[in-house]
Design a protein around this ligand. Sequence first.
Ligand code: GDP
Ligand code: GDP
Length: 438
Amino acid sequence: MPLPTVAIIGRPNVGKSTVVNRLSALQDAIVFNEPGVTRDRTYKPAFWRDREFQVVDTGGLVFDDDTEFLPLIREQALAALAEASAAIFVVDGLTGLMPSDEEIASWLRQHSVPVLLAVNKCESVDQGAAQAAEFWSLGLGEPFPISGIHGNGTGELLDALITHLPPANEIEESNEIKVAIAGRPNVGKSSLLNAFVGETRSIVSPISGTTRDAIDMVVQHGEQTYRLIDTAGIRKKKNVEYGPEFFGINRAFKAINRADVVLLVIDALDGVTEQDQKLAGRIADEGRGCVIVVNKWDAVEKDAYTIYDHEKLVRERLHFTEWADVIFISAKTGQRVEKILDMVNIAAEQQKRRVSTSVINEVLEEAVGWHSPPTTRQGRQGKIYYGTQVSSRPPAIALFVNDPALFNDNYRRYVEGQFRKSLGFVGTPIRLLWRGKK
Ligand code: GDP
Ligand code: GDP
C-alpha cells in the first residue's frame, strides 16, 4: 500500500497552502514528484510521530460561484478525497463561519472519509478557542484552532489526524525488498536473474513463448524476501530488433520507479557508458537505493590491482551514485552473486533509515567546527541553526539556516560529505534541504 493521503479542503484563501506547507515540514521547495506519473495535484510528504503520510492541496473549493473552472476544481477535490484516508477541512477563524463553509461541510458529510476541522488563523491562543467555537455548528465534531503561519495548534490536530490513518505496519505491506535489475542490453541482466532464481531453465537463451503473465518474480534468501521487478521486461527483449540507442529505457525507468533498491548492472568489458550514467542519474533522482554490479568479471584479465583500478574508474564515471556499493561478479560462474543480496539489504535499510535530531546536530556542529560557512564580500556569513530529518525513503534532512543563498554548492557538498562520513548512508541517496527563515 502506498503512503496514506490526507486531503486538505476548504474555500479559497482560508490558508490551505499555508497549512499544507506547515504540515509537510518540507516547506515549499522540494516535491518528490514521481516523473512519469502525471499528477495535477501536488503531493507533499509529511510525518508525525512514527507515521508517514502525504498531504495534498485540493485547490479552493467553491459551490456558489459561477466560475468556469468550477466543475474541474470540484472534480479535483473529489478525486483527492476518493483516495484519502482522512481530510482536513480548513476554515478561516478571522472571517468566521461563511455560508460556503456550510456547503462544503454538507458535501463532506456525503463522503465516508473522516474529517478534521481546522480553524486557521487562530494565532492568539486565548482567542483561538472562542474563534473556533462557532464552527461546532458545522456538525463535523471538535474544531481545532490552529495557525498555519505560526504553527500553534497543529500538534493537537496531527495527533487527532493520525488516529485515522492506517497503522504503520499495514502500510509496510510486507518486509519484502523490491529490487530492479537495470542495465543496457547484453550486460547480463537475464543471466543474473537466472543466477538469483537458481534455475537454468531457458531464461538466458532466446526461446520464444517464455513470456509469463507474472511480471515480478519473488525469491527468498535466508530470512529475506525479494521481489524482482519486471523480470518479464528483462527477458522479453530477446528476439526483438532495437535500434542501437534503444534499450527499453522507459521500461527500465518504470522498474526503477517501483523499486526500493536498483541493481545497476555494468559490463566489465565495456566499462561505464553514457547509458549507464543516464540510469545512475535516474536512480539518484528517484531517491532509490543502488548497488552497482560489475558483471562478466570472469572475462577480465586481472592482476592484484585490477579490482581497485576498476572500482575507482566506475565510481568516477558514475558520480550520481557514488554513494553506492560496487561489487564485481560473474553471473556466468556465480562468483559473488550471493553477496549482492547482502548489499541490497544494507541499501534498503539505509534508504528507510531515520536519524535522531540530536545526532544530526552533532554532525552539523562538528562540520561547522571544522569548516565554517562562507562569508560574502559584504561580510555576511551563513549560519546553520539546526537540522532535523523530515522524511525517509530516501532520508531527507532539513537544515534551518539564516539564508540559503549564503551556502554555495561547495559548502553544501561538504556538509553532505560530512553526513556521509559520520552516518554512512551507504547505498542510498540523501537529500539536504536548506531552509531559510520565512
Ligand atoms: P489558500 O488559498 O486556502 O491556499 O490560502 P493561502 O495559504 O494562500 O493563504 C491565504 C491568505 O491567508 C494568505 O494571505 C496567508 O498569508 C493568510 N494566512 C494563511 N494562514 C494564516 C494564518 O495562520 N494566520 C493568518 N493570520 N493568516 C494566514
Ligand atoms: P541482458 O541483455 O542484460 O539480459 O544480458 P544476458 O544475460 O542475455 O547476457 C548477454 C551475454 O553476456 C550472453 O551471451 C551471456 O552469456 C553473456 N554473459 C552474461 N553474464 C556473463 C558473465 O558473468 N561472464 C561472461 N563471460 N559472460 C556473461
